[in-house]
Design a protein around this ligand. Structure first.
Ligand code: AMP
Ligand code: GLY
Length: 426
């Protein structure tokens, strides 16, 4: 098969490396890709959000399948456009991608089908929202923009001033554009967070190995929220009992709810969970593979990713056999100094071979460019340095050893990835 992957981050690099293992795969393409991906798949200049451009590219390359990895083209309906032209796809259609595209939709779905989540109210009028905040007078409180906001549309407000500021900047100053014309104000939950990506064809849902993200920029969970500074899999808080409860109360009910709403979900459904004192609850749904969760999940997959994607498209996921390696996988993100705020790009990188790799790890490129045999930084998150091991400390040691071999000016990475997970294991 010839496969085109849409997207250009570490997640897409990890998907491409796993697809490359499949005996079914003959040729891999990626758009827009990045420097590291270009060493394994031919890359093109079409943007991930350019639906017409991607359809035209798929035709030009006469590919057999298109994998749409990022949230925005899925929410915009890229899969629908590709299917209309007869292409096999991986990813939900527009009607199903709304589970991530609108927080109001996802909250109402959970309420209607009794799926455990934080209590909430929806507002389309900033004054009413502020009145509600004042009347509740309970902090922290959580303010969320309805639509996509590059993962930055959530504010945990510690007091009235912060909550009111959040409402104003989202609804009045429109810092996320139309994504903020409605907001959700939500109860603040506590407990460890777990990411569970799942494969689903709309009938069957098969959770992948669990993982733990590290969202804050600095060690000890300090600093601003980022797209994710590192991940470990499996997540020790996701015990067998928790997994069983999640399947009964969250995973199956969600898949069935989407089907009942005529929004059958096919693809990777990501459950962002919090294990609260009252049991697991949904913090968010994503309609796609997580980044950097994918980087630690796919290396542990014992199975053929291409075969899984095909089966999902054909509604035959129940027929595919795969399992998870009894190992640990860790990913340490190397970011540009300054990320998630302003950062420079175009810095020359050293320490990697011509494939963008170092011994003892897989280096998934997130924001790099390749030119004249050299790699240059080209984004906030630059690399996801990933390793597997029989134990969590072993995997972490390998990831950090590889990180030490790579350098670029002002490279920033967290030194405590996996620390919380280690504490939970002991
Ligand atoms: P989201 O983009 O919805 O995943 O939110 C980003 C982060 O904000 C989550 O990973 C949580 O750490 C935090 N968060 C979101 N909603 C809540 C909530 N209701 N209670 C506590 N923390 C939350
Ligand atoms: N790492 C969180 C996400 O992909 O949304």
């Amino acid at each position: 098969m010839k496969i085109l992957v849409v997207g250009g981050g570490g997640r897409e690099h990890a998907i491409i490396m796993k697809l490359a293992e499949s005996p079914k795969v003959e040729k891999l393409y990626c758009t827009p890709g990045n420097g590291g991906i270009s060493r394994y798949a031919e890359c093109f200049g079409v943007k991930a959000t350019d639906i017409d451009g991607v359809v035209a590219l798929a035709k030009q390359l006469s590919v057999d399948m298109v994998v749409v990895a990022p949230d925005d083209p899925l929410v915009l309906g890229m899969v629908d456009a590709l299917n209309a032209e007869g292409f096999m796809t991986f990813g939900p259609n527009k009607a199903a991608a709304i589970i991530e595209g609108s927080k109001v939709f996802s909250k109402e779905l959970m309420k209607k089908y009794n799926i455990p989540t934080a209590g909430y109210e929806v507002f389309d009028d900033p004054n009413k929202a502020i009145e509600y905040i004042k009347a509740q007078n309970s902090y922290p409180t959580v303010v969320k923009a309805d639509g996509l906001a590059l993962g930055k549309g959530v504010v945990i407000a510690q007091n009235e001033e912060e909550a009111v500021d959040a409402v104003k900047s989202i609804m009045e100053d429109k810092m996320f554009g139309e994504s903020g014309s409605r907001i959700v104000i939500e109860e603040f939950l506590t407990g460890p967070e777990v990411s569970v990506l799942s494969f689903t064809d709309g009938n069957v849902v098969i959770p992948m190995i669990s993982s733990m993200d590290h969202k804050r920029a600095y060690d000890n969970d300090e600093g601003l929220n980022t797209g994710g500074m590192g991940t470990v899999a499996p997540n020790p808080y996701y015990t067998e009992d928790v997994a069983k409860e999640c399947m009964e109360k969250i995973f199956l009910p969600t898949i069935n709810a989407m089907k009942a709403e005529n929004r059958t979900f096919k693809g990777c459904l990501y459950f962002g969970l919090m294990i609260t004192p009252k049991g697991p609850k949904v913090i968010e749904y994503n309609c796609r593979f997580g980044d950097p969760e994918t980087q630690v999940v796919l290396p542990l997959l014992d199975g053929d990713l291409c075969e899984i994607f095909e089966a999902i498209y054909n509604g035959k996921l129940a027929d595919v056999k795969f399992s998870w390696k009894k190992e640990f996988c860790t990913c340490v993100v190397m970011a540009s100094g300054g990320y998630p705020k302003k950062y420079p790009t175009g810095l020359e990188m050293s320490g990697m071979d011509d494939k963008g790799q170092v011994d003892g790890a897989f280096v998934y490129h997130a924001g790099t460019k390749y030119a004249d045999g050299k790699f240059y930084t080209a984004g906030g998150r630059v690399l996801g340095v990933t390793a597997t091991g029989a134990t969590l400390p072993e995997a972490l040691e390998k990831s950090y050893k590889a990180v030490d071999k790579i350098s670029f000016e002002n490279a920033h990475f967290r030194k405590d990835i996996g620390k919380r997970a280690m504490a939970a294991i002991k």
